[in-house]
Design a protein around this ligand. Structure first.
Ligand code: SF4
Length: 193
């Protein structure tokens, strides 16, 4: 029987952001199993590309990868957060942390965390609060770590591992706002052809 006490359910938003947390958790003698649950990543080609790179990281590091086929662009184009959340990012964190906590519990893990805590571009405190709320609702433990000190190191590790590193956060609105918008769309055309 697996020793689930030392395993940790690690939500990963993408391969590069998983690099540093995987190595840090292992330093703490916690063995991560990666869970890709990101219905916020648009368009669908990009959702698949990030998943493929999470799987690639899993192979390189010898980490198990689980994923959820969930994709919800309409929540962002329909501005589903209005009147319910402070910003679209608060909705985004809440959705993902709730599902991650539920899945961790359903799969027999007692503890979870997220690679969103490594990014210097995310609303770190809002991620932490969403994860704590989800943990409380579901009855599973959230391991809070501020991984941000390792952000640059993790990106360098991703470069060395040949992982794709995206130029926008994920949702269709963040793509539209990106300074690299035209370049990104051009890349989709090339890849889909
Ligand atoms: S900008 Fe990023 S965190 Fe915010 S809603 Fe979009 S994908 Fe989610």
């Amino acid at each position: 029987m697996d020793n689930l006490e030392t395993k940790i359910f690690l939500h990963a938003c993408c391969g590069p952001c998983a690099e540093w947390p995987v190595s840090e958790l292992r330093n703490e003698k916690l063995e991560p199993v990666i869970y890709y649950y990101n219905p916020n990543i648009h368009p669908h080609f990009e959702w698949e590309r990030r998943l493929e790179n999470v799987k690639k990281l899993g192979e390189i590091k010898g980490v198990g990868v689980l994923f959820e086929k969930d994709y919800r662009e309409e929540k962002w184009t329909g501005q589903a957060w209005l009147g319910r959340y402070e910003t679209r990012c608060h909705m985004c964190y809440d959705m993902r942390m709730q599902k991650v906590a539920e899945e961790a519990k359903a799969r027999g893990f007692s503890i979870f965390t997220t690679t969103l805590l490594v990014s210097i571009y995310q609303n770190h405190e809002a991620v932490r609060e969403a994860a704590l709320r989800a943990a409380d609702r579901v009855g599973v433990q959230f391991l809070y770590r501020d991984f941000r000190d390792g952000y640059r190191k993790g990106q360098q590790m991703a470069r060395e591992d040949g992982l794709y590193r995206q130029k926008y956060c994920g949702c269709i609105l963040s793509l539209e706002e990106s300074d690299f918008r035209d370049k990104i769309y051009a890349g989709f055309e090339g890849s889909n052809g």
